[in-house]
Design a protein around this ligand. Structure first.
Ligand SMILES: Cc1cc2nc3c(=O)[nH]c(=O)nc-3n(C[C@H](O)[C@H](O)[C@H](O)COP(=O)(O)OP(=O)(O)OC[C@H]3O[C@@H](n4cnc5c(N)ncnc54)[C@H](O)[C@@H]3O)c2cc1C
Length: 587
């Protein structure tokens, strides 16, 4: 079977062909109880949970198309091909980053069903218990702490056993996982030649690099098997919440190719249940929810819509010529993101992904294996192992700057161990270790400089603006070298291709090469009830000062966990569904 035929077969198998996927606004019902904007983890999960109440009618609006027939999206190992500069990406870039030699960085965000979960790199991590407890502290609401949120993490999850059926005792802790949710989570389903070296390193250097059975128990520190958003060898995005059987239900419609421009107030002033949108770039239309409007357009989309609607810093909006309707200066502020940089080694092996990329018939064979049996290396994401680690407690960095992490059991940095590069190289075989600062102190903003709601916002994550962040990255690079200098790697590493040793060389390497790790949050953050000085939504996710308008996506996260962020957004959406249902006295 050639790849074209295989693609067609896949399309037939995966397409959610259903009457409730609408392409034209002409097919909309006259009214909906809830209108939800954005089909990423926040919007898809919330739509699913709300429509389950048969008395609610729900419309989910998404700027992009269906996406789910794409082989590149569905094959886990192809995740690095999905962004930047593709049809699945909004293709945003940052403003010049002052602390990164003024470089303008790609800032990918997914467009289409699944949102960014359809283009992300599939790593499933929740952060530490301390990270989530900090949400409760910042919101002054214990329902956002670890004990209350753990059931929501589990509720969203459908843990599934790896496709190679290997014994996974000691690779995850079943007590902390859900098996009946929607989002597929699995440990790797194909071994890689570096796996044993990584595990051996944890045995040879256990105090520095302890092995952890499961980094999603709230106790995240250590080196362990990656858990990834994969269901039986296939990417599991938030589309899992919108399966054909879900879409067959009469009380949920999904309108595609429709970009929301603004939320509009009612004549009485502070009720914002009307959405303004353009379907297929046609002229603007409006629709009013009979109960609530929910923004789930993500950390960039949601503040952009709010600002264009006149919800934000009143002074700034006025100077732009946008009439301010609600003065909420925190809209678009506090953008916090992880920053990372890759270190690469030339290795003494041909058993790396580089060999596959260089051999067309081998690549085709492996893709065919995935298509026909869902086995082989394509069933997994880019790495089989992760490490979440801290600076030593006596580190001068912590003494000088204080500890930016949520607590002493929360990681400062992570390593992702990749058996080769993800792009073609003409020769050589490689070990690649992307290294992320997962407890950054820097923060930036999303702002607008135009009254056109369809123009791109200005995205400034302001990476490395807080001096402690580069110290952590520098320390992390040095620590990664200690990892691969363990005897477990003897005879394997031929050359360290990161040509930097001194503090100034390492800093220059970081400033010249570091990028966003794509986890922006907090641009419409939660803050306690009654607090007006900061925050955009209250702990019930209602926009402060407004009626009928909530936000359910990564923008409400009060502080960035030391984790890849989609697990948190699924859990937030599950919690939000219960909050909304209880507001209407339903289950
Ligand atoms: C390259 C990359 C790799 C990543 N890797 C990982 C990973 O390995 N693991 C992990 O957990 N997380 C990862 N993430 C982050 C993760 O995917 C996001 O945290 C998560 O998807 C955020 O969910 P959300 O619902 O807040 O927003 P999104 O997923 O961004 O969804 C927002 C949706 O709203 C739509 N939208 C936006 N504006 C409008 C509008 N005006 N009108 C209508 N629709 C609109 C968008 O098209 C999109 O579908 C990665 C992100 C990127 C970019």
């Amino acid at each position: 079977m050639n790849i074209l035929k295989s693609n067609l077969l896949l399309l037939l198998l995966l397409s959610p062909i259903s009457c409730s996927i609408l392409h034209s606004s002409a097919d909309l019902a006259d009214s909906y109880d809830f209108i939800i904007v954005g089909a990423g983890p926040g919007g898809s999960a919330l739509s699913n949970r709300l429509f389950k109440n048969p008395s609610f009618s729900v419309l989910l609006i998404e700027a992009g198309g269906a996406n789910n027939d794409s082989l590149t999206i569905n094959v886990p190992l192809l995740c690095t091909k999905l962004t930047p500069n593709t049809q699945w990406d909004w293709n945003y870039t940052t403003t010049p980053q002052t602390h990164l030699n003024n470089r303008v960085l790609p800032f990918p965000r997914g467009i289409g069903l699944g949102g960014t979960s359809a283009v992300n790199c599939l790593v499933y991590t929740r952060g530490s218990k301390q990270n989530i407890d900090k949400w409760a502290e910042l919101t002054n609401d214990s329902s956002w702490g670890w004990e209350s949120m753990l059931p929501y993490f589990k509720k969203s999850e459908k843990f599934n056993f790896p496709v190679d059926k290997h014994n996974i005792t000691n690779q995850f802790n079943p007590l902390f996982h859900g098996f009946d949710g929607y989002i597929g989570v699995s440990v790797p389903g194909a071994s890689r030649s570096i796996d044993s070296r990584i595990i051996n390193t944890t045995q040879l250097l256990p105090s520095q690099f302890p092995f952890t059975v499961d980094m999603n128990t709230g106790d995240q520190l250590g080196v362990g098997w990656v858990q990834a958003l994969i269901d039986k060898g296939v990417r599991s995005s938030s589309v899992a919440y919108l399966s054909p059987s879900v879409l067959a239900r009469p009380n949920l419609d999904v309108l595609l190719h429709t970009q929301v421009s603004r939320v509009l107030p009612s004549s009485s002033g502070n009720t914002f249940t009307t959405v303004e949108f353009s379907n297929h770039n046609n002229s603007l239309q409006t629709l009013t929810a009979s109960k609530e409007l929910v923004l789930s357009a993500g950390s960039i989309g949601t503040p952009s819509i709010l600002l264009h609607s006149g919800i934000g810093n009143a002074t700034t909006l006025s100077s732009l010529g946008i009439p301010p309707l609600l003065n909420l200066p925190s809209v678009g502020q506090n953008l916090t993101d992880h920053i990372g940089v890759s270190t690469t080694y030339l290795v003494n092996s041909t058993h790396t992904y580089d060999t596959v990329l260089r051999n067309t018939s081998l690549s085709t064979h492996l893709l065919h294996q995935w298509l026909t049996t869902k086995t082989g290396i394509n069933v997994d994401t880019s790495e089989n192992h992760l490490a979440f680690l801290r600076l030593p407690s006596n580190s001068p960095v912590l003494r000088s700057f204080g500890d930016p992490a949520a607590g002493n059991e929360t990681a400062h940095f992570e390593f992702l161990f990749q058996n080769g590069l993800s792009q073609f190289t003409p020769s050589g075989n490689y070990l690649n270790i992307p290294i992320g600062n997962v407890s950054p102190k820097s923060s930036g903003s999303v702002t607008i400089n135009s009254t056109n709601p369809f123009s791109s916002p200005l995205i400034n994550p302001n990476l490395l603006s807080s001096p402690v962040d580069i110290h952590i990255l520098r320390h992390a690079i040095l620590t990664s070298r200690e990892f691969i200098h363990s005897p477990a790697w003897s005879q394997y590493i031929l050359q360290d291709l990161t040509n930097a040793s001194s503090v100034s060389e390492l800093d220059e390497f970081i400033r010249a090469n570091a990028v966003s790790f794509f986890h922006p949050v907090s641009t419409a953050s939660m803050s306690p009830y009654g607090v007006t000085e900061w925050g955009v939504v209250d702990p019930d996710l209602r926009v402060k000062g407004a009626k009928g308008l909530r936000i359910v996506d990564a923008s409400v996260v009060p502080s960035l966990p030391a984790a890849h962020t989609s697990a948190a957004v699924y859990a937030i959406a599950e919690h939000a569904a219960d909050i909304i249902k209880s507001a209407y006295h339903t289950k």
